[in-house]
Design a protein around this ligand. Structure first.
Ligand SMILES: [Zn+2]
Length: 295
């Protein structure tokens, strides 16, 4: 079976993106794995600091490893948005496949210094782990917000991307390209609004980082992106695409639906509609990331 690094290299060579989906319960994990498996595509499972505190850091690692080995399937675990070095080390020690060390809350130079230090500390624990660093501001949480944060409109430059990749030694760069975490209210109220990400900037950054041996890039905050932009982002050079808020919303709506006019108390039956709709979103998104026909 391919390692996570080989999976990323393969996606990069074919200009498709690996789907990254967050979980905080077994229902979502079941749905994401079933969706990816139905298409026979590799998949990354993400757990933020809050999500892994809920599941358990070691427990999350054990769970994903167990599925990978039982089904001989390329499913991998990422420590999503890890803001402290202690939490990054904890994830590395637990056996995570990827860690996003995210110090983008600091000014660029401080972010660079901290990330470089984190890369060394993480590699000392596991030299094979994939490490992602983040530049620019793309918002901080997978929630539904009224207005777009002003700072998220500023995009990362080629100069910043090159310097950051070269000096930190990260494997994957998460730049700001007009993307943001969470969903805007106008995206879910039927108005059909979408996030405007810059495909041109993605292509520019991809070319720029290649000059210093940089390969992989991640699109965060994929929820609410138009279908055409998802496929275009992968083709332009995004190697990983994150989707979380859409799954959270589907979970909530599914559970609300199940609770309506029902006396059911079995949790696994109550989450069944949510699991089904999360699986459907995962399949739809993975098809777009891989430019496969939608049906
Ligand atoms: Zn993110």
């Amino acid at each position: 079976m391919k390692t996570v690094r080989e999976v990323l290299a393969d996606a990069d060579a074919r200009r498709v993106a690996v789907g990254h989906f967050n979980i905080s319960d077994l229902g979502a994990l079941k749905a994401i794995f079933a969706g990816a498996r139905s298409l026979q595509l590799p998949v990354l499972i993400g757990v933020s600091e809050g999500e892994r505190e809920f599941i358990g850091v070691k427990q999350a690692a054990t769970l994903i490893k167990s599925i990978r080995e039982t089904y001989d399937y390329p499913i991998f675990l990422n420590a999503d948005h890890t803001h402290s070095l202690d939490k990054a080390k904890e994830a590395a020690e637990a056996g995570f496949d990827e860690i996003i060390f995210d110090n983008s809350q600091f000014p660029f130079d401080q972010n660079l210094i901290n990330t470089k230090e984190a890369v060394a500390a993480i590699r000392a624990i596991n030299p094979n782990i994939v490490i992602e660093g983040e530049i620019g501001y793309i918002g901080s949480s997978s929630e539904i917000v009224e207005v777009r944060p002003e700072a998220s409109l500023t995009m990362s430059t080629s100069e910043e991307a090159v310097r950051f990749v070269k000096e930190t030694g990260i494997d994957v760069l998460a730049p700001a390209v007009g993307n943001m975490h969470g969903l805007l209210k106008s995206m879910i109220d039927g108005g059909g609004a979408h996030k405007e990400i810059s495909i041109e900037r993605i292509a520019e950054l991809k070319t720029a980082i290649a000059s210093v041996g940089g390969k992989f890039m991640t699109l965060h905050g994929g929820s609410g992106t138009s279908d055409a932009n998802f496929s275009a982002a992968a083709k332009a050079g995004m190697t990983i695409i994150h989707v979380s808020s859409e799954l959270r919303l589907a979970w909530r709506r599914g559970v609300e639906e199940a609770l309506k006019d029902s006396n059911e108390i079995a949790p696994y039956k109550l989450v069944a509609p949510a699991v089904a709709s999360i699986e459907k979103i995962v399949i739809d998104r993975l098809k777009l990331f891989n430019s496969l026909p939608q049906d």
